[in-house]
Design a protein around this ligand. Structure first.
Ligand SMILES: *Cc1c(COP(=O)(O)O)cnc(C)c1O
Length: 394
């Protein structure tokens, strides 16, 4: 008997044949430098837990205390009965941390992009979008109905050419770029991009998901990194990566925040973040404002690991952040490398086409402040062994 859903099985089989099927591993331990993955204890080079906050006792404590006080669920959207004083405190604290006038929090970074792009532009408008922007920017852009014009990756000159070519064809224009690109670990040239957008009176939005808690003084993000305070119109951030919890944030002018409260659909139609999530995020800001120790250790670990990998003869691409690609070429080699690492006790992701271009397959190592020097040395030793075995290095 055939069913109306048989096509799904065919699609899934197709993915498996093409080697594109996602095999999802299961953790049975907290986040940290070491994980139990599918029952095996492994060194973790996969998570976005840049500062090790996901299981920090201070964060756990803050969440636990607020659960006793406010319970676990919001039970409403923000615009009806879901806004607690806690949400407003997070937003005030976040704005202060980032040196912006106002901020609004959402349920995730993904939601923040889906909320923000459609309130800024519509059918009569255009979006200039870096060709490597994150899926949530692409989806938010599509939802807005605006015309999407891609510009060459991290290329302000091409952005300007695209703006000039589109002149006169739109009402409003918005340029959007990731801050840190998650596949290569490169940073958008936001200062140069700002020169172009301000010259042409185009609104500028940056998605700092991998820069929040990582770039800038004490992890204040990409705008701080480039000293562009007050110049970038909208900063999207996530509380799910370096902040170690879950949630999204939109930072900038109070006008944008007020407009999102009126028109941002994930704000209006999806329930508020839970009290323990919000309390833990506030605790993360306390930690970051209290000391730069974790951010400093993250960068120290990053410099050490990259330098040692280069000494071993690996090609670590052009990353300037803790995201460390190990360039391997073809996807089957990257997958084999990842399997060998896992057998030796390292959890590191292989990325191949279509996630990255053909011939640019890699292992992506995510460095964290949670890694000790011993952890990194252990990782380097195993990388060297697997690299020699698979003739990637000599
Ligand atoms: C991870 C990521 C997001 C999504 O953030 P979540 O909080 O996990 O939903 C959005 N944008 C970029 C650039 C990201 O890397």
């Amino acid at each position: 008997m055939t069913s109306r859903l048989d096509w799904i099985q065919q699609e899934l089989d197709g993915l498996k044949e093409a080697g594109l099927y996602n095999h999802i591993r299961t953790l049975s331990s907290p986040q940290g430098a070491w994980l139990v993955v599918d029952g095996k204890r492994v060194l973790n080079f996969c998570s976005n837990n840049y500062l090790g906050l996901a299981n920090d006792p201070r964060m756990v404590d803050a969440a636990r205390k607020i659960v006793d006080k406010y319970g676990v669920g919001p039970a409403a959207v923000r615009s009806i009965a879901g806004t607690m004083d806690l949400h407003l405190e997070l937003e005030r604290r976040m704005a202060k941390f980032k040196g912006v006038e106002a901020a609004i929090s959402l349920q995730s970074g993904f939601c923040a992009n889906l909320a923000t792009v459609p309130v800024l532009v519509g059918k009569e408008d255009v979006i200039f979008s870096d060709e490597l922007n994150h899926a949530s920017i692409i989806d938010g852009s599509r939802l807005s109905g605006a015309k999407i014009i891609r510009f060459a990756h991290a290329n302000p000159a091409d952005l300007e050419a695209q703006i000039n070519a589109a002149k006169g064809s739109y009402r409003r224009a918005l340029a959007i770029t990731d801050g840190v690109f998650s596949m290569d670990g490169d940073v958008a040239p936001l200062d140069k991009i700002y020169e172009v957008t301000s010259k042409h009176d185009v609104m500028l939005m940056v998605d700092d998901a991998h820069g929040e808690g990582v770039l800038g003084a004490g992890g204040r993000g990409i705008v701080d990194h480039f000293h562009l305070h007050g110049k970038v119109d909208v900063e999207i951030g996530t509380l799910s990566k370096a902040f170690g919890v879950v949630g999204g944030v939109v930072a900038g002018s109070p006008l944008i925040v007020e407009w999102l409260q009126q028109r941002g659909r994930p704000f209006l139609f999806s329930s508020a973040a839970t009290p323990p999530d919000v309390a833990a995020c506030i605790a993360a800001i306390d930690i970051l404002e209290g000391s730069t120790e974790l951010v400093d250790r993250l960068w120290e670990n990053t410099r050490y690991f990259k330098a040692e990998m280069k000494n071993l003869g690996f090609d670590t691409g052009h990353s300037t952040t803790p995201i460390t690609p190990i360039m391997l070429g073809e996807a089957p080699l990257a997958h084999e490398f990842s399997r060998e690492l896992y057998n030796e006790g390292i959890f590191a992701m292989a990325l191949g086409f279509p996630t990255v271009p053909r011939g640019k397959a890699r292992i992506r190592v995510m460095i964290s402040a949670a890694h000790s020097r011993d952890d990194l040395d252990k990782g380097l030793e195993i990388f060297a062994r697997v690299g020699r075995k698979l003739s990637v290095i000599h």
